[in-house]
Design a binder for this molecule. Sequence first.
Ligand SMILES: [Fe+2]
Ligand SMILES: [Fe+2]
Length: 279
Amino acid sequence: MKLSQEFVPDDDLNKQLRSAKSQLALYAKDLKALLSRERKKSHKLETTNKQLQAYAQDLKAAYSAQQQKTRELEKAYADTVVRLTLASRYKDEETGEHIQRLSHYSRILALVIGLDDQDAQLIFDAAPMHDVGKVGIPDRIMQKQGPLDEQEWDIVKQHPILGANLLAGSPSLLLQTAREIALTHHERWDGSGYPQGLKGEAIPLGGRMVMLGDTYDALRSVRPYKPAFSHEKACDIILNGNVRTQPRHFDPTLLEAFRDKHLEFDGIFSEIREEESTP
Ligand SMILES: [Fe+2]
Ligand SMILES: [Fe+2]
């Protein structure tokens, strides 16, 4: 007997198949819609991302233009003050080389005690203006041959205040720092300095640094009351003291920095020398 069996779907099966097919078609449609929504979303994200990048670029450009403007303004301020500093030099034995050396000494100290490059540069740029107040001291005193009397000294001791007044009221950070240094570069750590008799950390750091550099440089240079001393003698006076100068006048941290780097001070002094005055 031959068994022959044909598969003939009955109506129910046909129905089920049709329904499954239409279900699948629905799923496919949903998937397509989902996919297109996702594509739109990612397109939107891409557009937003591009817009954000464009904004960031605009901001960056605006920021760097602003920085450039600030730099130019700072340069203009610095230029004005350099001219004032030049004017004050006509009245004083301090030379352009002294002023340059002072910037370098101050930067060495700033870096040794851990200030960052930017702050060290600020001190470097501001230090030359420390004696700008000397423009306000009468010529008869600044150019007097021989020792000053007590009253004349009292007038000379006004130069930090005169300098601070000249540099006051500026929005420039450079001039604000310069003002602080001009006002405090004759203060001493132990409170025996002038004009305010400030003590210890009440003296701004810039003033303390310039005071140490100024002392070293004065010791190495000829003054009406003394010859130029050797590096060794200048170190000995700063670190161990003499009649005029005592270690307690200096910030102990800066004194240690000087002890560490004194050879660099000597290098700067030898490198930036006054030219022999022409006859
Ligand atoms: Fe001074
Ligand atoms: Fe000086």
